[in-house]
Write a protein that binds this ligand. Structure first.
Ligand code: UDP
Ligand code: MG
Length: 324
């Protein structure tokens, strides 16, 4: 067990355990207090189980009043903590920072917008007590989401299932409760290009899946544009599959064979039938097709090279501006 946890125990008696909630926040001023009240409703349940609660709000470089809202809560309740980034590093960085900061024997991630219902926590905790190492959630509906977004999300999960050995569930949320052992395993993965949904699957352990109907965001609006989600899905693919690299090589071989066959065909046609080798337009088509495929494959290689480049730099995943 890490020293942090035992330090907590010293003050609270050996039987008391701690559950840390990690809440990434990016411009969520309207949701901070609502989330706190909703989450703290679980207090009675967890007291009975001899579990204390703490909340780590990870401010991901918000430009609105998010930080001051969190500070207001900290003054009222000592169990609330803040870690504020120097700029927007993305939700993945916030998740990682939260894991590093959380002291708990159990750790849970929740979105600030209450799309991950805190009321589900007692049920989730029950499964941990049954012996599961982590309890994950997935939404079975995508009610209230733009249809085009749902369509591409489904396509992404279907593709990932085909090209990656790591299991990534359709509709999986980051809402996940886990034991200290799982947390430490996730922290042992230091990669810079993080894709948590894949990392959770990769570390393994006994996971219970709970399903719930999609809940629409209470206040504010989504921080993920279609473009941001698209780039995130590319991160997911390059982080957990090298199949596209294989695809590039496969296309190369395919086109070599086709070109070779075409050359033979042209030679025979000329030698046997004396056919004039005409067909400037068809040549242009073939050249542009092949160079298109070449560029596409080069692009795939480039994607992996770029990720490797970022990884080799070993930059920190986030920078802290303030911690309370
Ligand atoms: N978030 C973050 N950094 C970002 C984008 C989002 O910390 O760059 C947080 C956001 O504040 C929220 C959670 O991640 O608590 C999920 O974001 P959002 O609700 O916008 O995503 P959606 O539910 O629409 O997928
Ligand atoms: Mg949301």
């Amino acid at each position: 067990m890490r020293p942090k946890v035992s330090r907590f125990r010293e003050g609270h008696g050996i039987s008391m355990k701690l559950l840390s909630a990690i809440v990434p926040c990016y411009n969520e001023e309207e949701n901070i207090a609502d989330f706190y009240h909703e989450f703290i409703k679980n207090e009675v349940f967890f007291k009975e189980k001899e579990v204390e609660l703490e909340i780590w709000y990870i401010d991901d470089g918000s430009k609105d009043g998010t930080v001051s809202e969190i500070k207001k809560l900290i003054q009222k309740d000592g169990r609330v903590h803040l870690l504020s980034f120097s700029r927007n590093f993305g939700k993945e960085a916030a998740i990682y920072a939260g894991l590093e900061k959380a002291n708990g024997d159990y750790v849970v991630f929740l979105d600030a917008d209450l799309q991950d219902p805190p009321a589900l926590l007692p049920e989730m905790f029950g499964f941990l007590k049954e012996g599961y190492d982590s309890v994950a959630t997935r939404r079975v509906t995508r009610k209230g989401e733009p249809p085009i977004r749902s369509f591409f999300a489904r396509m992404f999960y279907r593709l990932m299932r085909k090209i990656s050995k790591t299991e990534i569930m359709d509709g999986a949320r980051d809402y996940r409760l886990m034991t200290r052992q799982v947390v430490d395993s996730i922290l042992s993965i230091h990669e810079y290009n993080r894709f948590s949904k894949g990392i959770f699957g990769w570390v393994g352990f006994e996971t219970k899946w709970l399903e719930f109907e999609n809940i629409e965001r209470k206040k504010g609006e989504t921080k993920w544009s279609f473009w941001k989600l698209f780039l995130y899905s590319l991160d997911g693919i390059t982080a957990f599959s090298t199949a596209p690299l294989g695809f590039a090589a496969f296309m190369g071989v395919l086109f070599c064979i086709a070109a070779f066959a075409l050359i033979i065909f042209t030679i025979i046609r000329k030698a046997v039938f004396g056919d004039p080798t005409s067909g400037w337009p068809s040549l242009v088509c073939i050249i542009s097709l092949i160079s298109g495929v070449q560029l596409f494959c080069l692009g795939i290689v480039g994607q992996y090279l770029a990720k490797t480049y970022m990884e080799v730099k070993r930059r920190p995943i986030y920078l802290v501006k303030e911690e309370i």
